[in-house]
Ligand binder design. Sequence first.
Ligand SMILES: NC(=O)c1ccc[n+]([C@@H]2O[C@H](COP(=O)([O-])OP(=O)(O)OC[C@H]3O[C@@H](n4cnc5c(N)ncnc54)[C@H](O)[C@@H]3O)[C@@H](O)[C@H]2O)c1
Length: 339
Amino acid sequence: MEKLRIGIIGAGGIAQHRHLPTFQKLDDLCEVRAICDVNLARAQEVANSYEIPIVSDDYHEIFSEVDAVCICTPNKFHAEIAVAAFEAGLHVFCEKPMALTAAECEAMIATSKKAGKILDIGFHYRFTKEAQAAKKAMSEVGTPLVVRVKALRQRKVPGWGVFTNKELQGGGSLIDWGCHFLDLALWLIGNPNETEVSGSVYNELSKIPNQPNEWGTFDHETFNVDDHVTAYIKFENGASLLFETSWAANIKSDEEHLSISGVDGGLSVYPFELYTAKNGMLLNSKAPWLPGEEQPDLPQARNFIEACLGKSELVVKPEQALQVSRIIDKIYENGGTLS
Ligand SMILES: NC(=O)c1ccc[n+]([C@@H]2O[C@H](COP(=O)([O-])OP(=O)(O)OC[C@H]3O[C@@H](n4cnc5c(N)ncnc54)[C@H](O)[C@@H]3O)[C@@H](O)[C@H]2O)c1
């Protein structure tokens, strides 16, 4: 059977902890043939661990050796690398968010279409068992009315790597973590066009010196990304989305909440529950078992590879990922200026 030859670009955290082990498990479908990092020593070290034959510090050099690339660099380089890869005739899996801005996403989509190649974005929450169940159960919910998202962490700013670097990442809690829940909410309700977006963007808490933080340390003086964001989004079909995300909230405990109330019923994604009214009764259902895989990494990677090989339809459409970036742009534009 034909195998997809993959090149990894960016040999840091997400490449080492998610994509490389996952592609290794799917060795009947793919082969990681090349790895590139501007930090050549890191690329070489990872190549040694995973027995990857081709190593480079310039992504252009690996293009002729592979059929697809997996972009695992900071957000700032996603669009540039994706466009170059399409121009070289390759398929692209790109980590989330798709790019720094919607304008960059549009350039990525235009070149992927011109090249006739797959463009997939790493919104892996869609491949969780609960999200897959919720997508199926949307037929019980009927026309969606109100969507609620709370992606909140109690004092857990990721104090390592690139996450608090505005130049490299474009923002903080919203573009980094909130984007997953925004994508999931939009996908569940069928990605209707947004008609109004308003928001508020905060980073007061992380600017205060000597704050407790469970996930590493960061410099409160130079901290200039959002750590807490709220938004209200209206859609052309009349639905609305109440959205809140934070890396560092003063709350009782972490929350990952996405619920939808529709005309016929309602649901919660984490945990998966369904709320209906039938035969004059109100029924709340929990699932004792859900089909699917425990970790979303494998089905996400399998879907990308099979889409490249022409065997499956892509789950995360690039136009849907563009909508996420467009809404993020609007929240940052009208959410207020951060110091
Ligand atoms: N899906 C998720 O939940 C999830 C989780 C973590 C990170 N991410 C995303 O993955 C991406 C990388 O994050 P990370 O945590 O692995 O960062 P990281 O800093 O650990 O690794 C990034 C690597 O890219 C390399 N790099 C930078 N510019 C490069 C270039 N032009 N060419 C080649 N290599 C280059 C760096 O040297 C570094 O080794 C980001 O877009 C981030 O948002 C996604």
